[in-house]
Every structure is written in structure tokens, then in C-alpha cells.
Design a protein around this ligand. Structure first.
Ligand SMILES: Cc1cc2nc3c(=O)[nH]c(=O)nc-3n(C[C@H](O)[C@H](O)[C@H](O)COP(=O)(O)O)c2cc1C
Ligand code: SF4
Length: 442
């Protein structure tokens, strides 16, 4: 299966970043149609499309939009999660840089459907070019009546702001993001059923919708062409519709973002990205660093779909797909992943604060050649103490990669602990490794 460029169809045209260029290429047809529709009919089209959130969890978008009070009694907010902190994922960055109006139009459609007054795009602090591109597009949209007062003569007002984050992975977690946006520490809040849903009390305790950049960017096409049309894409899968952008990196010949239809195989995605580089395929982390790693045999079988990916014990996640060749030491790779989550843990809850550091320390001592008998069992035990017992999803995200690596590549851990060095000691692996690790590889 080839690429299916829906969101990316015009991404390579610089003119698409200007309002004139966007309009010339079919832009704002969705919003023009939406503002003439009943608000509920807009939500119904999103329902018919089968769109699920592209931020990682795959939650049905229409359920969120439908959850906002229909009788408006206070301010409603529309928030875009543009924090994109998951290692391996860089699709939202390209969308914001090259197709900024798709996000703006998508948020405006969502804002209309949910009677929002104000929208915020919370952008990862390092994404300066994306923020510049969005700033210019928002200014143009205001100047031509696509944002601000009485949008397209509908009598409805909607303001849109950009907020730059300060570079914390945890601030991509939706409740921590809202805390950060309110000027508080970027820590997560208590969730439903122990606290109200964001659609009831989110940003500033007002009804709030929060979606990912790619999720919003799908809305213009759904309204323009109809939900049923959108649902024909990916129809071969159980419950995944439309296209999905995968950021492919690692040992491939052509890394980059690839938009594919759900139902495409992981092997086809590998082919699109030019095939494996520097050796045979060994492993793949299909959906961002937090999703379970799979081996080459599972890559052969994997179909890209939210449910289908579960059949090879992994996930679609945020779509950050890393392919690893035979010269990769899985133990070192997982230690590096673990270090990231230990650094990013916000410290609010004990299982994650203590557990992520502990896992990292054990993996570090193995990688340094000082692994001890029982380390694998201890690591597995810690993953079980973190997974499902942490205050937010970061704990799970830290536990899954370690648990999966132990399950899929036990022999690599066993060898490293027994011999004090990696079993992957090919010249290519040694050449790629950092200098401090050279003695334990050779
Ligand atoms: C630790 C952590 C980090 C997250 N980072 C992001 C992120 O950078 N971008 C994102 O869209 N969702 C991220 N999420 C998921 C969000 O909490 C939320 O599910 C998402 O923004 C909802 O949008 P969607 O329904 O459109 O996917 C993160 C979740 C966790 C637990
Ligand atoms: S799981 Fe706990 S410590 Fe980890 S980031 Fe979430 S709240 Fe913070």
C-alpha cells in the first residue's frame, strides 16, 4: 500500500501556509459548511467518521465533543495538545509548520460545534518554527474574518491563542497541560470518576475539549467530504478509520513522516521509509518510545490499526515508529528509554517517582557490566508495581518498554548480566556505541 496523503496533500507547497494558498487548495470549505449546519450535526459527522484521537490513546473524538454542555451557561474552551514530547514522534511539528491552517480550521470547526469562546494551542517550547508558522496563519485568519468576531457571518465569536510550553514531557498529559496553561506547576490532576471530566470542568474549571494537532487537522476533511466518506478509509480494520501519520526513524534509509491509511501493514511502512539500513531488521517500537517493543517476526505480521496492533502485543500510540537493525543492543536501548522517563517523572506519586529511577539504576548497572543475578526478576516486578498503579499515564509509559523488552528479548538481558557485556558485539554495534560503553561491548 502506498502513502495516502490527505493531511499532507499540499504540505510541500509553501503557498499552503498562506490564507490565499490555503483557500486556492480547498481550504476553509469545511468551516464554511459547518457554520451553516446545526451544531449537533457537525458532531454527528465526526461520529460517523469514526475519528479517534491521534495523541496516543485513540479515544473517540465525537464522545468528547458531544460531552460539552449543549445549554451554554459559561465560557467553553478548545485546547490543542501540541506538546509532542513522546520520543520518536515528530508529525505534529511538520503539520504545524507546513499545514497550519488545517489545525486552525479544525479547531474552529470544533469550537463552533461545542460553542467554544476561546482556543489555546499549547506548543512544545522547542517548536519555534511551528509557532512562527501558526502565528502568521492566525494573524491572517483574524484579518479575513476566519477568527475573531462573527466568524463568516455566523454570529459566533472565537479567539485563538498560542502558548509555548517550557519543555516538559509531562505537560503533554492533558490535565498537567491544563495546569501549566493556568500558570500552575505542570502536574496532573485527579481524573474521572474521582473528579469531573475536562468537558465539565477543565481549563479554569470550565467545560473544555482537548485534542491533538493531528486529530483537529482531520476535521476539515470530515466536514467537507462527510463522515461516511472518511470512514471508508481504513475500512479493512476493526475500528480504526481514516489516515494516520507515522514518524519513522531509526535504522531506515528514508526517515520522515509518512501518512498511510489504517490497514496498511507495518512492513509496508518500513518499505515506504526505504527499508532497513545497515543490517537485518531486529526490532521495532511502532508507536512512540512508550509502546511495547516487538521483534522482526512480529513486524512481518503487524497491521496498523488500534485493535490490530494489539494482536502483536503493541500499540499505534502517537505514531513514532522506530526500526532497529541487528546491531542494536536492546538492553542499552531500553536503558536509554528508561533514563528519559526517569528524568521526566514529575514526582507526584510514589510508584512512578521511585520506580522509574529504580528501573533506570538497575538497567544502568547492567549496561555498565555490573548486572546481578535476579536483576531481570526485580525489573519485571518493578514494572508491575508501576503499571496501572501510578497517578497518570507516564508511569505506564515508563513500565511498558521495560516489561516488553524483558519478554521479547530475555536472552539479551541474560547474556549481559552473566558476562558483564552485550551479546551484540559486532564491529557496527561497537562503532555506534558511546565511548563509555565500548569496554562492555567488546
Ligand atoms: C505523559 C503523557 C504525555 C503525553 N503527551 C502528549 C503529547 O505530547 N501530545 C498529545 O497529543 N497527547 C499527549 N498525551 C495524551 C494526552 O493526555 C491526551 O490523551 C491527548 O491530548 C488527547 O487528544 P486526542 O484525543 O486527540 O488524542 C500524553 C499523555 C501522557 C500520559
Ligand atoms: S505517574 Fe505520578 S510521578 Fe509519574 S508523572 Fe504521573 S503523576 Fe508524576
Amino acid at each position: 500500500m502506498a502513502e495516502y496523503k490527505l493531511l499532507f496533500e499540499h504540505a510541500d507547497k509553501p503557498e499552503y501556509r498562506t490564507l490565499d494558498g490555503y483557500l486556492k487548495n480547498g481550504g476553509y470549505e469545511g468551516l464554511k459548511k459547518a457554520v451553516k449546519m446545526d451544531r449537533q450535526a457537525v458532531i454527528d459527522e465526526i461520529k460517523a467518521s469514526g475519528l479517534r484521537g491521534r495523541g496516543g490513546a485513540g479515544f473517540p473524538t465525537w464522545i468528547k465533543w458531544n460531552g460539552i454542555a449543549k445549554e451554554k451557561s459559561t465560557t467553553h474552551y478548545m485546547v490543542c495538545n501540541a506538546d509532542e514530547g513522546e520520543p520518536g514522534t515528530f508529525k505534529d511539528k511538520q503539520l504545524m509548520e507546513e499545514t497550519p491552517f488545517l489545525l486552525i480550521e479544525g479547531m474552529t470547526i470544533g469550537g463552533f460545534a461545542t460553542q467554544a469562546d476561546v482556543g489555546y494551542i499549547y506548543i512544545r517550547g522547542e517548536f519555534v518554527d511551528a509557532a512562527r508558522s501558526l502565528r502568521a496563519a492566525i494573524d491572517e485568519a483574524y484579518a479575513k474574518g476566519y477568527l475573531g468576531k462573527n466568524i463568516l457571518g455566523s454570529g459566533w465569536d472565537f479567539d485563538l491563542h498560542i502558548h509555548m510550553g517550557a519543555g516538559s514531557y509531562e505537560c503533554g498529559e492533558e490535565s498537567a497541560l491544563m495546569s501549566s496553561l493556568m500558570g500552575e506547576r505542570g502536574m496532573p490532576r485527579l481524573k474521572f470518576p474521582h473528579a469531573p471530566l475536562p468537558t465539565v470542568a477543565g481549563l479554569f474549571d470550565k467545560p473544555t475539549i482537548i485534542n491533538n494537532v493531528e486529530t483537529y487537522s482531520c476535521a476539515p476533511f470530515i466536514i467537507k467530504n462527510g463522515g461516511e466518506w472518511y470512514a471508508t478509509l481504513g475500512a479493512s480494520t476493526k475500528n480504526s478509520r481514516g489516515t494516520k501519520i507515522f514518524s519513522v526513524s531509526g535504522h531506515v534509509n528514508k526517515p520522515g513522516n509518512f501518512e498511510i491509511e489504517f490497514g496498511t501493514t507495518l512492513k509496508e511502512l518500513l518499505e515506504l521509509s526505504g527499508g532497513v539500513k545497515g543490517g537485518k531488521l531486529k526490532a521495532c517500537v511502532p508507536g512512540g518510545s512508550s509502546v511495547p517493543i516487538i521483534n522482526a517476526e512480529a513486524v512481518e505480521l503487524a497491521i496498523i490499526g488500534y485493535e490490530e496492533m494489539g494482536e502483536v502485543k503493541s500499540m499505534v500510540g502517537s505514531g513514532g515508529c522506530m526500526f532497529l537493525n541487528e546491531h542494536t543492543c536492546i538492553v542499552s536501548f531500553i536503558w536509554r528509554t528508561s533514563l528519559f522517563y526517569a528524568n521526566e517523572s514529575c514526582g507526584k506519586c510514589t510508584p512512578c517517582r521511585e520506580g522509574t529511577k529504580w528501573m533506570e539504576q538497575i538497567l544502568r548497572r547492567i549496561v555498565m557490566g555490573n548486572g546481578q543475578p535476579g536483576d531481570m526478576e526485580l525489573l519485571e516486578n518493578i514494572t508491575k508495581q508501576i503499571d496501572g498503579r501510578s497517578f497518570c499515564g507516564l508511569g505506564d509509559a515508563a513500565a511498558w518498554p521495560v516489561a516488553a523488552a524483558l519478554r521479547v528479548f530475555p536472552e539479551e538481558f541474560e547474556y549481559y548480566i552473566k558476562h558483564g557485556k552485550s551479546m551484540v558485539n559486532t564491529p557496527e554495534a561497537i562503532a555506534l556505541a558511546p565511548s563509555w560503553q565500548q569496554p562492555v561491548l567488546a
